[in-house]
Design a protein around this ligand. Structure first.
Ligand code: ADP
Length: 319
């Protein structure tokens, strides 16, 4: 293999830049040329590629987001879109591809593998719902962003004796909500994986305030309910001042944590090594602190990461 490509697709996350840098540096050591495709599969279908050498990836390790940019491309889901991508890769002499992204992007990577292109995926998604990796890239940074915000909000909640509903990302996954609730000592984590009874929550909050506690933090995964409805119910039921904070895209950005920088570096290096040693259609993943490769077929078919243990821990700790 003489030339490979790399792209970032779907939702961005911190650590993508560090992974691109590691992949490029690894490839260069092995005398392999690298090009980066801009805006994920969109750039692949347009042939929008830039050469990546050591200089091109200098000064990006500590920056959140992705300097190659990301995008969503419905056209790439079609056979015609995928064929366009294959044709461009052939024309550019690109013999293999590293794809960073979430489950949608990894499904796209599998489609390219099935069309005969050597592909390796790097799980990158703040939801941490990708099977066959203990942690996806960007999760740790997002969690650190969240707990910083929740700690700040707790200070002001306590000064004014308020209850706060803090909405975090996670349409189908309550990982960020559960872990951040455990890590900040929040009163409740409302997640899509677990049913909850709002009347019961209000009752517990009333008891809490009657005991003299001066604040309450309810962390809501975006897929588990409507912050306004929950906040209004609490207000009506206990007559307490409530506020809503939606953390939104703040969670995705910012300098990657040490954990994410290291994970990105390990993922980037291993992805290139796998690609050039003839492995294709696999995803790198973290398992018991080792970097393993799992067939993308299994990743896509696999059950979403179960939350059972985290939810049990939350329950035992009274979240
Ligand atoms: P994420 O990778 O973060 O899960 P998306 O689900 O939006 O984000 O997927 C990102 C891109 O991956 C899509 O815009 C599309 O180009 C590609 N993709 C998603 N699903 C498929 C699929 N089933 N087949 C081929 N490509 C897909």
């Amino acid at each position: 293999m003489k030339k490979i490509g790399i792209l970032t697709s779907g939702g961005d996350c911190s650590g993508m830049n560090a992974a691109i840098r590691a992949a490029v540096r690894t490839a260069i050591r092995l005398n392999i040329e690298v090009v980066g495709f801009r805006k994920g599969y969109l750039g692949l279908m347009k042939g929008d590629a830039i050469p990546l050498d050591t200089k091109a990836v200098s000064g990006i390790l500590h920056r959140g987001g992705t300097f190659l940019q990301s995008a969503r491309s419905p056209e790439f889901k079609t056979p015609e879109g995928q064929q366009k991508a294959i044709d461009n890769l052939k024309e550019l002499g690109v013999e293999g591809l590293v794809v960073l992204g979430g489950d949608g992007s990894l499904t796209g990577a599998l489609a390219l593998h099935r069309l005969g292109l050597p592909v390796v995926g790097i799980p990158s998604s703040i939801d941490n719902d990708i099977p066959y990796t203990d942690m996806a890239l960007g999760v740790d940074t997002a969690l650190n962003n969240i707990i910083y915000a929740v700690d700040c909000i707790k200070d002001t909640a306590s000064s004014h004796a308020r209850a706060f509903v803090i909405e975090v990302m996670g349409r189908n996954s309550g990982y960020l909500a559960s872990i951040s609730a455990i890590a900040t000592g929040a009163e409740f984590a409302l997640v899509p994986e677990r049913e909850y009874d709002l009347a019961e929550i209000c009752q517990q909050l009333r008891a809490r305030f009657e005991e003299g506690r001066d604040n309450a933090i309810i962390i809501l995964a975006e897929g588990a309910g409507h912050a306004r409805e929950i906040s209004d119910s609490i207000k009506d039921a206990i007559g307490f001042e409530t506020r809503i904070t939606v953390l939104g895209h703040y969670q995705r950005g910012g300098a990657p944590t040490v954990f994410d920088r290291l994970l990105a570096s390990r993922f980037g290096k291993r992805a290139v090594e796998l690609l050039i040693s003839g492995n294709s259609g696999v995803m790198v993943g973290l398992s018991c602190n080792a970097i393993l490769a799992t067939p993308l077929e299994d990743v896509i078919k696999g059950e979403k990461r179960p939350q059972d243990e985290v939810l049990r821990l939350a329950e035992v700790l009274g979240v």
